[in-house]
Design a protein around this ligand. Structure first.
Ligand code: ZN
Length: 343
């Protein structure tokens, strides 16, 4: 399987607000480098760089003003004299005004963020843009006829919605790839999100549409980030009613329980008859992950890949989360090799 990768991911490593303290983010450059090393040592296949895509490809999944905010945020932040990472400090919740963009960077950061887990640093936009280009380059290979490809994206993307960042995510790489399929003639695309955390951003982008089917298997939001989305009753709206599926699972879920949800999701995806499948591949479902609560083993990821292959759909894998750095490469590449073995 072909892997697409960009060195530019190393331009981004910021802080996050965690447990009441601002600390270096769990989402660090070592993650992607470890996965790349495993891709190479396991002999998964060729590794190529990302092609540069037009900005319009990002705006397909996001609003114009949000993309402009990401492009300009660091310059606006440093214009106030600050040189450390930018984090939001106020959010427009409930009855506060959500209909007007503030004119000052402090306000914009809150307006365009769901949490304090997506810092803006000097290199963030370049890394984010390259990450989206990684997804687009790999997606194009699949559109052009490859049975599968791996977009080794960093930063990840599935928490990024049409108009806000959060949870280490800025541009939604999986959604941008899905939009690429549609712009290239596909009629239907399915996105399967197997990251431990609900793919709230992807759900938000496609919630009222029937042309992208979204299924997510994740930790129960009653007790797991992002807390405010991913419940079973969220099934899409309007023309998109029934095209979103959520499988919140209990803390401590092991492979047998996980596989029941996976099997149901894959059955629904096959029935949808998509032209392409995009998998948001987070491996933070691993038993050793420091911020998650499922109990999948490294061997279970081989089974995960094989089950996805059983759907028989041309598939793009997009790297999302996974924070047990020692094992992230093994678990991600196990999924991909399981897929190849299951075809
Ligand atoms: Zn995650």
């Amino acid at each position: 399987m072909l892997t697409v990768f960009s060195d530019n991911h190393r331009l981004h490593h910021g802080c996050e607000l965690k447990d009441g303290a601002v600390t270096p983010s769990f989402e660090n450059p070592q993650r992607a480098d470890t996965v790349l090393a495993r891709v190479r040592s396991a002999g998964l296949g060729d590794v190529i760089g990302a092609q540069a895509f037009d900005r319009a490809c990002y705006v397909a999944a996001h609003s114009e003003r949000y993309v402009a905010f990401l492009e300009n945020a660091w310059a606006e932040w440093t214009a106030t004299g600050k040189t450390h990472d930018a984090l939001p400090l106020v959010w427009p919740v409930r009855d506060l005004a959500i209909d007007r963009e503030p004119g000052f960077i402090d306000g914009k950061l809150g307006f365009y963020a769901m949490d304090a887990g997506a810092p803006i640093t000097a290199g963030t936009w370049q890394a984010v843009r390259s990450s989206a280009d990684v997804a687009l380059t790999a997606m194009q290979r699949v559109i052009d006829g490859a049975p599968s490809a791996f977009a080794l994206c960093r930063p990840p993307g599935h928490h990024a919605a049409r108009e806000y960042m959060g949870g280490y995510c800025y541009l939604n790489n999986a959604a941008i790839a899905a939009e690429r399929c549609l712009s290239q003639g596909a009629e239907r695309v399915a996105v399967l999100d197997v990251d431990f955390h609900h793919g709230n951003g992807t759900q938000n982008i496609f919630y009222d549409r029937p042309d992208v089917f979204f299924a997510s298997i994740h930790g129960d939001p009653h007790v797991s980030y992002p807390y405010f989305s991913g419940f079973e009753h969220e099934r899409g709206a309007g023309a998109g009613e029934g095209f979103t599926l959520n499988y919140p699972l209990a803390r401590g879920t092991v492979w047998t329980g996980y596989r029941q949800a996976l099997s149901d999701a894959l059955g629904r995806i096959v029935a949808y008859k998509p032209d392409f499948l995009v998998v948001s591949l987070g491996v933070d479902t691993f038993e050793g992950d420091p911020i998650s609560h499922f109990k999948l083993t490294s061997d279970d990821f081989l089974r995960l890949g094989a089950d996805i292959a059983g759907a028989g759909i041309a598939t793009l894998f997009v790297m999302e989360g996974g924070y047990m750095v020692d094992e992230i490469g093994i678990n991600a590449v196990n999924t991909l090799q399981g897929f190849e073995g299951g075809r």
